[in-house]
Design a protein around this ligand. Structure first.
Ligand code: AMP
Length: 291
């Protein structure tokens, strides 16, 4: 596997490829969720490149940029085991040189949910992903549905800016108790780790109510809040029912389908999760909560 640390090396690697290229952008500290993305990319393309870059422009002041977990050796081993052909591992100086002055913004969709609670976050995401797309020039790029809002924003950016790239979304990979795998789960120790399963439990309870015919948004939101409220140490950032495509907040009757999306502070970690109500409950959420 090639480890590419400069733009020249990346461009040279890309120029030598004769088949299609799949791309998985990550912030590293890789886990089984990232691996699922890599495997999917290799189903869609001949070769796979993974980027590992903790992108400073998507972190706000006071967020966890400095403490974000990093493990180059572990990431290398996971990429190699998953069959990646190359890893792109740029530095901040390479990505944002002196005088860097460009922004990339998807309006509307970026403004609420995580965008409202982390101002500028999605502008940083779209900037770095647009830059990585231009550098890597992949045929296919794979993202996780765990970051539902991010995936929708990137799909919009690819449409609007005519990137010749197929964007593929992969279902969320979870721990055995339903917690979505995340590099930030590392912050969860002891009791916080136990508490963290409240996110997926709340999602499943709302899904079950939907499955029994409940279509009133307020009633469904109440179910989620009641479940989250059982853990006083858990502070919701937002709990929303949104349109699966436009991401607009839904109120009243939601018979047309919805995603329940939530972001919660659990001790030291801010965790996000979501669930499509009008689809079959994913297997990873069936066993922990239903009998
Ligand atoms: P990150 O390294 O956290 O920025 O994530 C890189 C990519 O992996 C994004 O497209 C995420 O949505 C995806 N991802 C992270 N966690 C998971 C998970 N548990 N299941 C599936 N995809 C994930």
């Amino acid at each position: 596997m090639h480890v590419l640390r400069t733009i020249e090396a990346l461009r040279a690697w890309r120029a030598e490829r004769t088949g299609t290229v799949g791309f998985v952008p990550t912030m590293g500290y890789l886990h089984e969720g990232h691996e699922a993305l890599m495997h999917r990319a290799l189903e869609h393309a001949d070769e796979l490149i993974v980027s590992v870059y903790v992108n400073p422009t998507q972190f706000g002041p006071g967020e966890d940029l400095a403490s974000y977990p990093r493990d180059f050796d572990g990431d290398f081993a996971r990429c190699e085991a998953a069959g990646a052909h190359a890893m792109f591992f740029p530095s901040d100086a390479l990505m944002y040189g002196p005088g860097f002055a460009t922004s990339v913004q998807v309006h509307g969709m970026s403004a609420h949910m995580c965008g409202a609670h982390r101002p500028g976050h999605f502008d940083g995401v779209t900037l770095v992903v647009a830059k990585l797309f231009n550098l890597v020039q992949p045929d296919v790029a794979v993202f996780g549905q765990k970051d539902y809002q991010q995936l929708a924003i990137i799909e919009q950016m690819v449409r609007d800016l005519n990137f010749p790239i197929e964007v593929v979304g992969v279902p969320t990979v979870r721990e055995s108790d339903g917690l979505a795998k995340s590099s930030r789960n590392r912050y969860l120790e002891g009791v916080w780790r136990e508490r963290a399963s409240v996110l997926s439990r709340a999602l499943v309870q709302v899904w079950q109510a939907w499955d029994c015919g409940e279509r009133d948004s307020s009633s469904l939101l109440e179910i989620a809040h009641a479940q989250l409220g059982l853990c006083p140490e858990v502070t919701p950032d937002y709990v929303e029912l949104i349109d699966p495509r436009s991401l607009e907040r839904l109120v009243g009757d939601i018979s047309g389908g919805a995603v329940m999306a939530l972001a919660v502070q659990v001790g030291p970690a801010r965790l996000i999760d979501n669930l499509r109500l009008d689809e079959v409950l994913p297997g990873a959420l069936r066993s922990p909560f239903t009998s």
